[in-house]
Write a protein of this length. Structure first.
Length: 183
């Protein structure tokens, strides 16, 4: 069986964030045929500006683009900030969406998971990230998107809760594009 590479974009920059710990646990417990790679350096991306992306992108943007382009799948693991996705994630998607129609997210299977200490689990951030990635050309898998409330739940320690998040990763990995029928 061939190896499936999953690039993980983290919406939180905190070293001790629950979403980072979730991504690390998914990486550490991934099946043998799955490589989960956390894309580091999102905090080094300048705010997207077409004037500095004119044929020679900044090194940080080039590095992130190459890592995501080399992956077979993209998984976002993010909390929610003020009812939407964190700015660092929005900016990363902007960089990955260019050049338009040929960006690193183009035709790439994509899912969003994460947790927040709210009753909603980050669903608005997850919807915003999915919508933005869809516009960027990614193939967003609704069935692999999980918003997990983190109130009174041990997201990492509860096997049922972690299992739902792990299942989302496996659905993303197992996704096979349905060939379009010729008219």
């Amino acid at each position: 069986m061939s190896q499936t590479r999953v690039a993980v974009l983290l919406g939180s920059l905190r070293a001790d964030s629950l979403n980072r710990k979730l991504a690390e646990k998914l990486r550490d417990q991934a099946p043998d045929e799955v490589t989960v790679e956390i894309v580091e350096g999102l905090d080094q991306l300048p705010f997207y500006n077409e004037e500095i992306d004119n044929g020679s992108a900044p090194e940080a943007a080039d590095r992130v683009r190459k890592q995501v382009a080399a992956a077979d799948r993209v998984l976002v693991v993010t909390p929610e900030y003020n009812g939407t996705m964190p700015a660092v994630l929005n900016n990363a998607i902007d960089w990955l969406s260019r050049p338009y129609g040929q960006g690193s997210l183009s035709a790439k299977p994509f899912a969003v998971i994460g947790t927040t200490p709210t009753p909603y689990g980050g669903k608005w951030a997850h919807a915003d990230a999915a919508r933005s990635a869809n516009v960027a050309g990614a193939v967003v898998l609704e069935e692999a998107t999980v918003s997990q409330p983190g109130i009174e739940v041990d997201v990492l320690g509860d096997p049922e809760v972690f299992g739902r998040l792990q299942d989302a990763l496996l659905k993303l990995v197992d996704y096979e594009a349905v060939p379009s029928s010729a008219a």
